[in-house]
Design a protein. Structure first.
Length: 215
């Protein structure tokens, strides 16, 4: 497994990740209107893009979806609770910024829920052995009702979106935010092994062990 972080060129300075397993890869949270740097990286490394993975549906994590789909038509994975954000500008917060965000009617959107597993073929696998999957889904509402994390058990890696940051956590004053749910979600993540490396939606990576010092 290899992970490459890109800084989305938007006002929120969110993170996008390309996670590769051999020649296959995923793009996580494409939040820049033109995802040129990410697409060039995929091309230069001869990677086969399997899917777009979303931790949640706020504008700074989804803005670049159309640009990625122009490059290659791949499925978009989002939580069941985050699905509506892709079509509701009040929920995605697009209503508070200039420009429009629209997905083509041909876009393939697949919803995820707690304990779903993404297999090595990039598809949901309910019963696969852990050695045959790349990610397990952990629901972490709080920042929004649809937040999820992608947990790679085999490589001790967690994509935490805007739930857990280095030394802090995501905002809980936005539409569908819930501070009580955020507390429960953080407690769930902090129960994971301390040596798991955490890649958040903003700022730099950390570990579960380091974050336990703040709670």
């Amino acid at each position: 497994m290899k992970i490459r972080r890109f800084l989305n060129d938007n006002l929120a300075q969110s993170n996008c990740y390309v996670i590769s397993y051999g020649n296959d890869c995923y793009v996580v949270d494409p939040g820049e209107e033109r995802m040129t740097e990410v697409i060039d990286y995929i091309k230069e490394n001869n990677l086969n893009l399997l899917a777009i993975l979303l931790t949640h549906g706020h504008w700074d994590h989804i803005l670049g979806i159309p640009s990625i789909l122009e490059y290659k038509k791949v499925p978009i994975y989002v939580s069941e609770g985050g699905y509506e954000f892709l079509f509701n500008p009040e929920l995605s917060l697009f209503a508070w910024r200039e420009g429009k965000f629209e997905l083509s009617s041909e876009a393939q959107i697949i919803t995820l829920k707690e304990n779903d597993k993404l297999g090595k073929n990039g598809k949901i696998s309910k019963d696969a052995d852990t050695t045959e999957i790349n990610f397990e889904i952990i629901e972490t509402p709080g920042h929004s009702r649809g937040d999820i994390c992608y947990y790679d058990r085999n490589n001790k890696m967690l994509i935490s979106g805007d739930t857990m940051f280095a030394g802090t956590y995501g905002r809980v004053d936005l539409p569908t935010s819930d501070p009580i749910q955020m507390g429960k979600s953080l407690k769930k993540l902090l129960a994971l092994d301390e040596d798991i490396r955490v890649y958040p939606g903003h700022f730099f990576d950390t570990t579960i062990g380091k974050e336990k010092r703040y709670y």
